[in-house]
Design a protein around this ligand. Structure first.
Ligand code: CA
Length: 230
């Protein structure tokens, strides 16, 4: 990641959208790279990993959903925040988008101001003290520096958002965090996300833990929030 100027890869096939994004992102101080097809976008992201990817849902050659899946599968792009851009607004579509590994989701037509706020949130890194570079909870280990999660030595893959969510939960071990607290700690105070988003990401994190043998570590406190424990 370049420290001063984060680079955003825009994967979008509508020329008018591309121009709007290129102009506004550059204006906001970002480096912008554009690919107008899904396959090229994935290749470009892997060859030269950007700091964030804006990914359109409907793309030629490879859909945004499939591109997202592929980007999450390889080590070069696994940790890069992905925001999906889409004309769909159904909640089930949102969940489907998040389930493929996107960190966030914004529906067209969106306001540039809102998009920039989402980008800023996605680029945020967890605030972690040096003493906390490695976290352990029973058989679960997290190496924050190397972006690695292991359960009983087995690697667990997550998106950057779930990674942050796990860290926040582990730092508050055995305490219950409300959905609003989690939104605040993981997504940032200015976030206008709905608390439903927390549930979706918790669901994904649970799935990932379960696959590695860590089912039941994340507990739901009905009507309130979540906690993690052994
Ligand atoms: Ca499109």
């Amino acid at each position: 990641m370049s420290v001063l100027t984060p680079e955003i890869l825009v994967i979008e096939d509508e020329p008018s959208q591309v121009e709007i994004l290129r102009f506004n992102l550059a204006n906001a101080g970002y480096e912008v790279r554009v690919e107008m097809d899904g396959e090229e976008g994935v290749r470009s992201a892997i060859e030269q990993p950007p700091d964030l990817i804006l990914l359109d849902w409907m793309l030629p050659n490879l859909s945004g959903v499939e591109a997202c899946r592929q980007l999450r599968r390889v080590k070069e792009t696994r940790h890069i925040p992905i925001i999906m851009l889409t004309a769909r607004s159904e909640e089930s579509d949102m969940i489907r988008g998040l389930n493929t590994g996107a960190d966030d989701y914004i529906t067209k037509p969106y306001s540039i101001k809102e998009l920039l706020a989402r980008i800023k949130t996605a680029l945020r890194r967890p605030i972690i003290s040096i003493a906390d570079q490695k976290l352990t909870l029973g058989k679960l280990e997290v190496d924050i520096d190397r972006h690695l999660i292991k359960y009983e030595g087995q690697m667990i893959q997550t998106s950057p958002t779930e990674f942050r969510l796990l860290i926040v939960l582990m730092q508050s071990e055995d305490r219950v965090l409300s959905r609003n607290q989690l939104l605040d700690l993981v997504w940032g105070i200015s976030s206008e996300m709905e608390t439903r988003t927390v549930d979706v990401h918790i669901g994904r994190l649970r799935q990932a833990l379960k696959k590695a043998g860590g089912a039941g570590m994340i507990r739901t406190v009905r009507g309130f929030g979540y906690s993690i424990g052994q």
